[in-house]
Design a protein around this ligand. Structure first.
Ligand code: HEM
Length: 736
């Protein structure tokens, strides 16, 4: 720490200052103060205060007395505090974010003249906010929900807000339905229950009554609804936007960005437990990775359809409940998004950031997507009540390019604009509108015809084809998880009308799915369903995004020890994990010092009761007869092993710990372990009974061909989870 600002923050900030990425940093610096030991406590009006501890009172040393209202310092403190809260976002209230940069490596100037998407010499500063949709500001991170993934690009031509989600489609087609879908998903009106959950009558009642939601609820019930990390999610602009090129040609576009680390999810049981054990799991995960210098990255792309091809598809390309299948419209990746700096203050930088879909820059435009057009009205409007009409002046929201106009006044205006006129045209020609050559936003001259009517175009009426496409494209494991998700959600619906009808609705997607779910949750088992067209599409299953290269960077690995642990095995594992940029977390039976086999002391990061296996990606237990004996009689230690096995995590053990792991899992002849100096891998359990000098050397290759203990252990972690264990049904045979 230096001057109360963490070193990691300072380092990245200094590196960025010279670049275009640093433009936003320099801009924020105007309003940023550091707090230090040199400062003295003052009131908001600058007068130094002698105490922060005692209200002025009529009092004597041996007699308490009443507080005096005349104390301006005390009044300011209390009144200022009384008004600290602003309304939380009406949706997406729970979230966190980070700063970063956006860089184009392959210009898409055949589609747009927007420099942010074409200029390969630029770095555009960004701020990204991730969120859940339904929960209130204090709810848990890991609930089943859609995740918001909103990007503010501080471009040289003004701010561009791409307000996306981790799922490429939406529940409704027309923005007028937004209050209904959100009311139905939020806690029920009579008792404000449940918090941050779709598992209740009203949500599923809405879904049944809106066949247009069918595609989206399948995505929400899939693993996409429970991401392992915000750093491991895809992002989608969802709505159809347009791009305009220098020749004046317009293309329809969808934006998509894919994480370098691959798309990975939590196991549902893990997500449920984390909601209580570590409700801040996702925001801590992002903060930790950035602080450790493992910066999350996404490759950024577009799907593009020429204007002339708008009607060539059997779905309407302006319908936000539909994807553009990759085999018809492949994604062209051309840029990279990186997050590299944590915010310094949550409220001013994360809570006060305001995204508006209506903020686009020249070269990017809207389409007639009826959801997008409603959003363009809604965001700006809601910011006015959440932050006030001058919200664009807040440091985090203001653009890095010049802003000048005749918008004036309003609560908390703080820009002082000098001059005698505040209207256009004026006799001084002050602040005149810009020409196209000067970079003005010019609307595309789009032909419009139609009648005023409350109808949707015909292709908007087909609601099941892509829900079937999604289901057909899932891997067996993902299908299994979707069934389990319906099992949980519909079990929480107490009204038989709701779960009964939903089971019937599933038969519109797949009869087998409907029958399996009805068996789980009750309701009449459907005997007939809508014909499933049997088609599949690439890029819908998240198994298609394992990550660019196998890595364990940023993965948390617990090393479990008690007094007498094998010091050499511990040291090698700790060093190897650190070198691979993973996060080794030492978990003891207690947090006070634990003594190793050679008498050396280690201070664990946590103890077995305080921390849980849900918070790590893998566990390693070194041998040491005494340590293993202690762990073998510790119920919580055994639970850690069983739970990690149940959650499909890689488990590594050496020496005496091999038998401990084998016994704890208790699946004797099926899950096998090493009994020699050979490393053995069985269903993601990597063991080495006899540790010889040099047999635990660092991992070099992470691949199927891996031979050494560390290599096999690391390769297992890099695979995220051991699906083979679930496919064989082994995890469900262990109590955890
Ligand atoms: C394609 C569908 C949609 C997507 C991807 C989406 C995404 C998002 C995201 C990511 C946020 C959080 C922004 C932040 O981090 O501050 C958000 C907030 C919000 N969305 Fe949407 N949304 C969608 C549809 C809609 C619709 C149809 C409406 C209204 C007609 C709407 C109204 C709002 C409002 C009022 C907020 C709160 C904004 C604030 O207070 O800062 N959204 N949305």
């Amino acid at each position: 720490m230096a001057g109360f600002v963490p070193d990691s923050v300072q380092k990245v900030a200094h590196a960025a200052l010279g670049s275009r990425e640093g433009d936003k940093l320099k801009d924020l610096a105007k309003d940023t103060k550091d707090i230090s030991e040199k400062d003295r406590l003052t009131t908001d009006y600058g007068v130094k205060q002698s105490t922060a501890d005692d209200w002025l009172k009529a009092v004597s040393p041996n007699q308490a007395g009443p507080l005096l209202l005349e104390d301006p310092f005390a009044r300011e403190r209390i009144m200022r505090f009384d008004h600290e809260r602003i309304p939380e976002r009406v949706v997406h209230a729970r979230g966190a974010g980070a700063f970063g940069k956006f860089k184009v490596y392959d210009s898409i100037d055949e589609f747009t003249f927007a420099p942010v998407l074409t200029d390969t010499s630029r770095e555009t500063p960004v701020f990204v906010r991730f969120s859940t949709v339904l929960g209130s500001r204090g709810s848990a991170d890991t609930v089943r929900d859609v995740r918001g993934f909103a990007i503010k690009f501080y471009t040289e031509e003004g701010n561009w807000d791409l307000v996306g989600n981790d799922i490429p489609v939406f529940f409704i087609q027309d923005a007028i339905k937004f209050p209904d879908v959100i009311h139905a998903g939020k806690p029920e009106p009579h008792n404000e229950v449940p918090q941050a959950q779709t598992a209740h009558n009203n949500f599923w009642d809405f879904q049944f009554n809106h066949t247009e939601s069918t595609h989206m609820f399948m995505w929400a019930m899939s693993d996409r609804g429970v991401p392992r990390s915000w750093r491991m999610m895809q992002g989608f602009g969802v709505n159809t936007f347009t791009l305009l090129n220098a020749k004046g040609e317009r293309h329809f576009v969808k934006f998509v960005w894919t994480p370098e680390l691959g798309v990975h999810s939590l196991i549902w049981d893990e997500a449920l437990k984390l909601a209580g054990q570590d409700p801040d799991f996702h925001r801590k995960d992002l903060f930790e990775a950035i602080s450790n210098g493992v910066f999350p990255k996404w490759k950024f792309g577009v799907q593009v359809i020429p204007e002339a091809d708008e009607h060539k598809f059997d779905f309407d390309i302006l319908d936000a409940t539909k994807i553009w299948p990759e085999d018809l419209v492949p994604t062209r990746y051309f840029a990279e998004l990186e997050l590299n700096r944590n915010p310094e203050e949550f409220f001013t930088q994360v809570e006060q950031i305001a995204f508006c879909t209506s903020h686009v820059v020249p070269g990017i435009g809207f389409s007639d997507d009826p959801l997008l057009q409603g959003r363009n009205f809604s965001y700006f409007d809601t910011q006015i009540s959440r932050l006030g009409v001058n919200f664009e002046e807040l440091p985090i929201n203001r653009p890095t390019c010049p802003v000048m106009n005749f918008n004036r006044d309003g609560a908390l205006r703080h820009t002082i604009t000098r001059g005698t006129v505040n209207y256009w045209p004026n006799r001084f020609q002050a602040c005149k509108p810009a020409s196209h050559a000067e970079g003005a936003y010019v609307e595309y001259a789009q032909k419009v015809n139609g009648m005023k009517a409350r109808i949707r175009s015909d292709k908007f009426k087909e609601h099941f084809s892509q829900a079937q496409l999604f289901w057909n494209s899932m891997s067996p494991i993902e299908k299994h998880h979707i069934i389990a998700a319906f099992g949980f959600e519909l079990d929480h619906c107490e009204d038989p009308v709701v779960f009964g009808r939903m089971v019937q609705r599933l038969a519109d997607i797949d009869l087998g799915l409907a029958q399996t779910v009805s068996n789980l949750v009750g309701g009449d088992t459907p005997s007939q369903g809508r014909t499933n067209h049997g088609r599949r599409a690439p890029a819908l299953s998240q198994t298609e995004f394992p990550g660019s290269t196998p890595t364990i960077a940023s993965r948390r690995v617990a090393i479990i020890i008690a007094d007498g642990y094998d010091q050499a095995a511990y040291d090698t594992a700790y060093a190897a994990l650190s070198t691979a940029l993973a996060v080794p977390l030492v978990i003891g039976t207690k947090r006070s010092k634990v003594i190793g086999s050679n008498g050396r002391e280690t201070q664990p990061h946590h103890h077995l009761e305080g921390f849980r296996s849900t918070m790590v990606d893998a566990i390693f237990i070194p041998g040491g007869a005494k340590s293993v004996q202690t762990l073998a009689t510790n119920g919580r230690a055994l639970h850690w092993i069983r739970e990690a096995f149940g959650h499909l995590k890689t488990i590594g053990a050496t020496g005496e710990a091999v038998e401990l792991v084998h016994k704890a899992i208790g699946l004797g002849p099926t899950v096998t372990v090493s009994s020699s100096a050979e490393t053995h891998e069985s269903y993601g359990v990597v063991t080495l009974r006899e540790v010889k000098p040099g047999s635990l050397k660092e991992a070099v290759t992470l691949g199927k061909e891996a031979k050494g203990f560390m290599e096999q252990f690391f390769y297992g972690i890099a695979q995220h989870r051991c699906w083979e264990r679930e496919l064989s049904g082994l995890n469900s045979q262990v109590a955890y």
